[in-house]
Ligand binder design. Sequence first.
Ligand code: SF4
Length: 489
Amino acid sequence: MTVERRHDQPLEMDKFREECGVFGIFGTADAAAHTVLGLHALQHRGQEAAGIVSFDGEHFNAHRSLGLVADTLTSEKVVNSLKGYSAIGHVRYSTTGETLLRNVQPLYADLSSGGFAIAHNGNLTNALTLRKKLVSDGSIFQSTSDTEVIQHLIATNAHGNLIERIIGSLKQIQGAYSLVALSKDSLIGVRDPLGVRPLVLGRLEDGAMILASETCALDILGAVYVREIEPGEIVVISDSGVESMKPFPPVKARPCIFEFVYFSRPDSIAEGTSVYEVRKRIGAELAREAHVDADLVIPVPDSGTPAAIGYASEAGIPFELGIIRNHYVGRTFIEPTDQIRHLGVRLKHNPNRHQIAGKRIILVDDSIVRGTTSIKIVEMMRSAGAREVHMRIASPPTTHSCYYGVDTPERKELLAASHDVEAMARIVGVDSLAFVSMNGLYRAVSGLPRADNAPSYCDACFSGDYPIPLTDREGGDDSLQLSLLAELN
Ligand code: SF4
């Protein structure tokens, strides 16, 4: 495998990219304005598109756009058009279905019970199988998003009230999902039976209830964190309060361990623990497992920073910022000309030469995906005069793709899928390379090593142990062509 040396990508291009973020609020004036702020706090979970649907007591109001929340949802005109006391919102990357406006969520449908909007974080692993069946039964799909499969299942399920129809539909789907949905009288939140993707409950001072992918979306509103939605739990929030249901057969939960490594914002709380503290603990585990004599510990910004702090503190080696990030490089600046593109990574990151020259340094990053980023950083450090460059990674080798709602390269593109650590070190160009062990990661997250016969987290991208069947793939259905409509973004 040849690792392509791309000089035109910012560092974060060679990462697993978090899927989507969802937000919902019930029972407050200016629900949409609150949703805009919540989505802004969740922007790191998806930057390609954003949307909001509100309900004003009579009508559902929708706005969906390609682009960032700050660029597309904050104008007075947009916020004023989204009237109502309840709203749901979504930020996304395209994990299933291309980035087309018709795929931007929340999706809306008129059901026999009334209007119904839904937004989804995750990925269904039997969406194609279900979609084919629905199409052969006469359903007409508007988008290529697997969220629409859920909507069609609910629409075509004739049994019971809306909540019973939702439950009946969810029992047919497989995959990782956190859903928020809006009906004329309720906000509904669902977390899949294994709880792979996160969802939390919060409350505003005025009593309005909030659902969000992460607690940082509560903080921005001054809302109180109430609790996590439990794996397999459905909550129905209405004027009568919060009703909780557990309609699925109980199974051992397997939340995504990568949320702790990279996806979640470090100021979020997950499973009652500060994500920032967990990342520092991973760094400390790494220092205990893979010590090397060096002069400085340097984080790869920004995602490697907490683990680097933990590593430096445990190893007793000074922590310094050896790579300085220019925060004013927006997406628009990356593209304009070939000449600027070829300046490459230094548009956004520059070595802090004065700190690095003549030193033995330990670079700490959260993960290695294709390896392209690591190669560039190591070249940058050596050209700035580093005497030795060691790299320590705050996750085990990423050997498998994620099919649970994360934008990830095919397995053959993952450096660790076809190279051992020694070979990776040669390709990346470091004097030594080490990854935290699986048990070290588990200890940092939960205090316990991995129970191999019943692991507490999804760690499939490190282990290949996929906790949810990959039905579409195992069925040999690798067709990702969900629509024949050619459409420009
Ligand atoms: S495969 Fe990896 S990224 Fe995907 S849900 Fe599991 S732990 Fe998270």
